[in-house]
Write a protein that binds this ligand. Structure first.
Ligand SMILES: Nc1ncnc2c1ncn2[C@@H]1O[C@H](COP(=O)(O)OP(=O)(O)O)[C@@H](O)[C@H]1O
Ligand SMILES: [Mg+2]
Length: 273
């Protein structure tokens, strides 16, 4: 274990109150995440994944317990300090991409830099272009979201998450709106970025997507019921060769028709919630 953890959750609970009802969404979460990890948070609907993400993302605070992000005690911060910490330390990727529609890829990625009032970020256009190049979209800077495929839009969103050089990238069901081939492409990109040292946390309910992480944490009823490192995680770039690309000109109509009988097993897509 490294001495410095990016994230430390110590017995974190979260209660939601409405009238006389209390929902115990998190019931005592202990979690340490070190730099360079790629971690998948799994769990059924209602298990507490989004609540956990909101706390990790400094969008909400625990009812009890401690949260440290990069050694900063998040509990003690004001709303403004929370927002500032979020801008400096975290990048977000969402299921629905959340891009501004009438805005170019470059401007979408530049946006978080314009919110940063510290004055540290000067050449924002060059930084945005570099982030887009890093995700393979260096030739799509001026395209609007409607002119891009779903996978390309998610790449723009990933570039937007990376552009402020965050300590941690948080992705909530990032492949939930994508077909199988594109999902694995996006996971290949996450693995590539993780190989470059970026710490990534992905929420997913899809078992095959979680297999690309280095570590899987499973939540049930607000508690962690499983936390294990994958000895031989799957490489998305290798799996891509065995998954037909629906957009390719010679793509077979039947899924899997191109895969030879002895091909490594095609990841089975989990049900979409
Ligand atoms: N704002 C809220 N107010 C009241 N209850 C909530 C709220 N958000 C979530 N919950 C409840 O907390 C539990 C965990 O929800 P959530 O974290 O959204 O789970 P998941 O993301 O795994 O589906 C659920 O029982 C849900 O109904
Ligand atoms: Mg959720």
């Amino acid at each position: 274990m490294s001495a410095h953890n990016v994230i430390e959750l110590d017995n974190v609970t979260k209660d939601y109150r409405s009238g006389h009802n209390v929902v115990h969404a998190l019931r005592g979460i202990d979690l340490s995440i070190g730099g360079g990890e790629m971690i998948a948070i799994m769990g059924a609907s209602g298990s507490g994944k989004s609540t956990l993400m909101n706390i990790l993302g400094c969008l909400d605070v625990p009812t009890s317990g401690a949260y440290r992000l990069d050694d900063v005690h998040v509990n003690e911060l004001s709303k403004n300090e929370l927002a500032d910490l979020r801008n400096r330390k975290l990048g977000f990727v969402f299921q629905g991409f959340n891009l501004l529609p009438r805005t170019s890829a470059l401007e979408n990625v530049e946006l978080p830099l314009l919110y940063d009032r510290s004055g540290r970020k000067r050449d924002t256009r060059a930084m945005a272009a570099a982030a887009l190049t890093r995700v393979g979209l260096g030739d799509r800077l001026d395209h609007h979201p409607s002119e891009l495929s779903g996978g390309q839009q998610q790449r723009v969103a990933i570039a937007r998450a990376l552009v402020s050089e965050p300590t941690l990238v948080l992705a909530d069901e990032p492949t939930g709106n994508l077909d199988s081939h594109t999902s694995v492409e996006i996971m290949a990109l996450f693995q590539e970025l993780n190989d470059q040292g970026i710490t990534i946390l992905i929420v997913t309910h899809e078992t095959d997507i979680a297999q690309y992480a280095k570590r899987i944490v499973e939540v049930r009823d607000g508690r962690i019921i499983r936390d294990e490192r994958l000895a031989d995680r799957r490489r998305a770039s290798e799996d891509l060769r065995n998954i037909p690309d629906p957009d390719a000109a010679d793509a077979p109509r039947e899924p899997n028709a191109a895969a030879p009988p002895d091909a490594p097993r095609e990841p089975v897509r989990g049900g979409r919630a």
